[in-house]
Design a protein around this ligand. Structure first.
Ligand code: 13P
Length: 251
């Protein structure tokens, strides 16, 4: 049985005092939830604070983006080795906000995935379709293209040391969640596609669902066979909400 992972994506939210309050509560309560993995992906400037507060806790942490090169003259960018310096275990790559607002292509996302793995991080590869793509029946084509870019660059075995997150763009921050059946259909499609290349990797692969996950809908989403946890935006900023979602993910 795959162990579930609930990861918070704080996006561009946070402040020292607020982070301290949130992380102390989450770290304290996660000590009583041995049946689920929990992580927070925080903005770069808060990695040191997060490392300090979570170092001896059951909660892991990560970043929300990484540069594809190991180092160099890339003003404003952050390398994977720097994330390792601050104890990150995870890094998001290809979040739909990066793809749509910053023009990140699937090829670039695959290169970021590679850079993260090379440094020893576990990339959380985010994939998902827009509303118009879903309405035109292109969901599987879009998700496959986003996934295949990584498989083409690094092979299916690279997914052994990674996590996938299916986040339908129309469900992000909108309050519109995919129904458990809608999400399950895409998650099963993703797993079957990987299984066609490597059955063992597919069996062990954690595929998170993201998009308006809340305490009120987490349990029904986590109950379907191919959802292995959640990637949580807004609700990860509220300790009680986030912890209730983590609790719903306990095996
Ligand atoms: P919301 O949970 O706020 O819809 O955001 C989802 C998301 O984008 C997580 O990466």
């Amino acid at each position: 049985m795959r162990r579930k992972l609930v990861a918070g994506n704080w996006k561009m939210h946070g402040a020292l005092a607020r982070n301290q309050a949130l992380l102390s509560v989450v770290a304290g309560r996660m000590a009583q939830m041995p049946g689920v993995d929990c992580a927070v992906c925080v903005p770069f400037p808060y990695l040191a604070q997060t490392q300090h507060l979570l170092r001896d806790s059951a909660v892991q942490w990560g970043a929300q983006d990484v540069h594809q090169q190991a180092e160099g003259a890339y003003t404003g960018e952050v390398a994977a080795s720097m994330l390792c310096d601050f104890g990150c275990r995870y890094v998001l790559v290809g979040h739909s906000e990066r793809r749509s607002l910053y023009g990140e292509s699937s090829q670039l996302v695959a290169e970021k995935f590679a850079a993260a793995q090379k440094a020893g991080l576990l990339p959380i590869l985010c994939i998902g379709e827009t509303l118009s793509q879903r309405e035109s029946g292109a969901t599987e084509v879009v998700v496959a293209e986003q996934l295949d870019a990584v498989i083409k660059l690094l092979g299916a075995r690279s997914l052994r040391d990674a996590v996938l997150a299916y986040e339908p763009v129309w469900a992000i921050g909108t309050g519109k969640t995919a129904s458990p059946a809608q999400a399950q259909a895409v998650h099963a499609f993703i797993r079957q596609r990987v299984a066609g290349l490597d059955a063992d990797v597919a069996q062990g692969l954690r595929i998170l669902y993201g998009g308006s996950v809340k305490a009120a809908n987490a349990a029904e989403l986590f109950a379907v066979p191919d959802i292995d946890g959640g990637l949580i935006g807004g609700a990860s900023l509220v300790a009680d909400e986030f912890l209730a979602i983590c609790n719903a993910g306990q095996n």
